[in-house]
Write a protein that binds this ligand. Structure first.
Ligand SMILES: [Zn+2]
Length: 63
């Protein structure tokens, strides 16, 4: 597995396609990241399974 993966998703605020850089160092991660398009805060949840692609979910933060 690569230590860093790039996953495409959609911003929960502006619905623009965005690419998030995922560091595959922890199997479960949650962090706040600002949308690069509209700068709104997103709650990013990442799961790194032992096999298969990483799983990603983004939600509105503070909404
Ligand atoms: Zn956005």
């Amino acid at each position: 597995m690569n230590p860093v993966e790039y996953l495409d998703t959609h911003c929960p605020w502006c619905a623009e396609m965005i690419s998030l850089e995922i560091e595959c160092i922890e199997p479960e991660q949650e962090y706040i990241e600002d949308c690069p398009v509209c700068c709104a805060p997103m709650l990013v949840s990442v799961r790194i399974p032992c096999a298969g692609p990483p799983w990603l979910q983004v939600e509105r933060e503070g909404g």
